[in-house]
Design a protein around this ligand. Structure first.
Ligand code: 5GP
Ligand code: ZN
Length: 115
């Protein structure tokens, strides 16, 4: 599996940097965001280093489906009936960590459209 030794989330997945783990399996890792934007705010990341959503292809897209299965499972376990899943792709969209991740936010009213 491809990982990047200089990538923050690869280091979190590998345990080199500590995190508050929510869930883990052979394909993905979920942990609470260090700067929560809602009462519940965790991130789901593939263990494989994929830099952003723009690099999802027919060869690796099954991980995205898996991440969404995991999100549904975690949210059910946490009792989050309503939640928002966010992916920021690229600098202008606000992606600061270049390892594919899905934000899961819940526990407060949310506005649409986003800012
Ligand atoms: P992005 O801005 O790339 O969409 O999201 C990156 C997220 O990672 C941000 O919400 C930020 O708070 C979170 N984050 C950055 N560094 C760390 C860290 O060391 N630990 C954890 N748990 N979250 C982090
Ligand atoms: Zn990475």
């Amino acid at each position: 599996m491809h990982t990047d030794p200089n990538c923050l989330f690869c280091k979190i997945v590998g345990g080199e940097i500590p995190s508050n783990k929510v869930y883990e399996d052979e394909l993905c890792y979920a942990f609470y965001d260090i700067e929560p934007q809602a009462p519940v705010h965790f991130l789901v990341v593939p263990k494989e280093h994929i830099c952003c959503a723009a690099k999802i292809t027919a060869d690796n897209s099954s991980i995205v489906a898996h991440c969404f299965e995991v999100i549904a499972k975690i949210c059910a376990e946490l009792g989050c009936e309503s939640y928002r899943v966010v992916n920021n792709c690229g600098d202008q969209a606000g992606q600061t960590v270049k390892h594919l991740h899905f934000h899961v936010l819940s526990g407060r009213d949310m506005t649409w459209p986003p800012g």
